[in-house]
Write a protein that binds this ligand. Structure first.
Ligand code: SAH
Length: 459
């Protein structure tokens, strides 16, 4: 390790900034955030910088730098583009063992400023020791997007209760368990999501000296297959849950993003092959949550679109188990985007229907008459087995035989295949081919845009 990361308490302490331009102003903003008393010396000082200094209780000096300026300071930052001046500031500070930072000159610094993710009171500092600042910034961007702003709020609320919790749980170990139950449990989750109605529950738990953890269920949509289509929230909950129930539609790369030590339970669901009945899945979610576990129910696409998510939360609600539903990109959106078929289009389609093509006792009983109108897009989920029946029904109800149709196989995955025809030709077209599930059927004039729009393949 070339540098030791430390967090510097600068509240009301005098810091010197040498330089009055844009970079000095940026550094002053940073110092102001840490509530430092800022002193600036430079022949010219920007108006904004002067304001920041005044607000900090410091002072500006329209002068050239002299050694005397570093007297009584706890930190010095040199933000000028004059090399010999920067060198002099650095050597004056070194003579007094005073921490000095010289912007863009790591060789003159004894302290360096990291890239910062600010979720006050949670502060994350990232540094490459000046070797690869772009890399450090990339890591910051990654963290910015995966750590929601609500983490800061959770930290602030925790700090309000700190003393009360210390009193209620004098023993360090129980206190830690209490905080884990809040921060990693349903109360913390709600606060992160912006719902502060649960703050009173913290008070109630403190008053009851209750450090038990209650379970919670996350019903998460994992999207159609490409892991890049997960939401930030899905990813965060995937890395938090202790047990995961997943089905066949969840792709392997996505499953690999679940917390390593989480218990994985396959609950199946292929046409005609059910590793576990739906009622058993519903009950298992309840049982695991009652054991105090954070349970992830990971589903393909969106949990509320042909996902039976509604049934699963019914039983949770009846048992008063806290749960969250995280939407996912549904197969229709994912497949259509990756196949270059817009679901609606000003000229071709003013509405879109998501339809289940699932056979019930060998038949697809649907409102066929409604589907024949022009200028709409029909998307059939689970429609492979009944493909021929679907096309025939549409034709016999009056849909033109040359209505374009596309079958998208393993949409959004690297193996994606798109088969294009019409409702008359598609069944024959795929008859001799080996088709891999899952597949999605899109019917309507928008399918014709496939050629034009599919010049670029994301995969
Ligand atoms: N909740 C899911 C749908 C579950 S029903 C969602 O919102 O996407 C299962 C059906 O979804 C499959 O039979 C298939 O029609 C469709 N499907 C899901 N993922 C798919 C994919 N990657 N490619 C094509 N179809 C997919």
């Amino acid at each position: 390790m070339d540098y030791l990361p430390l967090f510097f308490d600068l509240k009301n302490r005098p810091c010197l900034l040498v330089g009055g331009g844009t970079i000095a102003t940026r550094k002053a903003r940073l110092l102001a955030k840490a509530h430092a008393k800022i002193f600036v010396v430079a022949p010219e000082i920007s108006a904004e910088l002067q304001q920041i200094v005044a607000a900090s209780g410091g002072q500006v000096f329209f002068e050239t730098y002299r050694q005397a300026f570093i007297d009584d300071k706890v930190l010095v930052i040199s933000a000028t583009d004059i090399r010999h001046l920067n060198e002099q500031v650095a050597s004056d500070c070194n003579a007094r063992n005073l921490p000095v930072n010289v912007v863009d000159s790591p060789d003159l610094c004894t302290v360096i400023t990291p890239a910062i993710v600010d979720r006050n009171p949670l502060i994350i500092a990232i540094s490459s020791g000046g070797e690869a600042p772009v890399l450090a910034r990339k890591v910051r961007t990654m963290l910015e997007s995966t750590i929601p702003g609500g983490f800061g709020r959770l930290g602030q609320i925790a700090s309000q209760y700190r003393d009360a919790v210390k009193k209620a749980f004098p023993d360090g170990e129980t206190r830690r368990r209490f905080w884990e139950s809040i921060i990693g449990g349903p109360i913390g989750e709600k606060i992160i999501a912006g719902d502060e109605s649960v703050v009173d529950e913290i008070r109630a738990k403190i008053d009851a000296a209750d450090c038990s953890t209650s379970g919670e269920v996350y019903l998460v949509g994992a999207g159609p297959g490409d892991p890049d289509l997960l939401t930030f929230k899905a990813l965060r909950l995937m890395q938090q849950a202790e047990v995961v129930l997943y089905d066949r539609l969840v792709s392997t790369p996505i499953l690999e993003m679940v917390r390593r030590d989480a218990e994985r339970i396959y609950v199946g669901k292929r046409r005609s092959e059910h590793a576990m009945e739906q009622t058993q899945i519903n009950q298992l979610l309840v049982d695991l949550a009652l054991q105090g576990k954070r349970v992830l129910r990971l589903k393909g696409g969106d949990p509320f679109i042909f996902g039976r998510g509604g049934e699963e939360i019914d039983l949770l609600a009846a048992n008063h188990i806290p749960f969250q539903v995280v939407p996912g990109i549904t197969a229709a959106s994912g497949c259509s985007a990756y196949a270059g078929i817009p679901l609606t289009h000003r000229d071709h389609s003013q509405s879109v229907r998501f339809i289940t093509g699932h056979l019930k006792e060998g038949a697809v009983n649907l409102s066929w008459a409604e589907f024949v109108a022009a200028n709409q897009t029909l998307v059939f989920y689970m429609g492979l087995t009944a493909l021929e029946q679907i096309c025939n029904e549409l034709i016999s109800h009056g849909k033109p035989v040359d209505t374009p149709a596309a079958l998208i196989e393993r949409g959004t995955l690297p193996e994606q295949q798109v088969h294009i025809g019409t409702i008359a030709s598609l069944p024959k077209l795929i008859a001799g081919k080996e088709i891999h599930a899952p597949t999605l059927l899109i019917i309507g004039d928008v399918v014709l845009l496939h050629d034009r729009l599919n010049w670029y393949k994301p995969n």
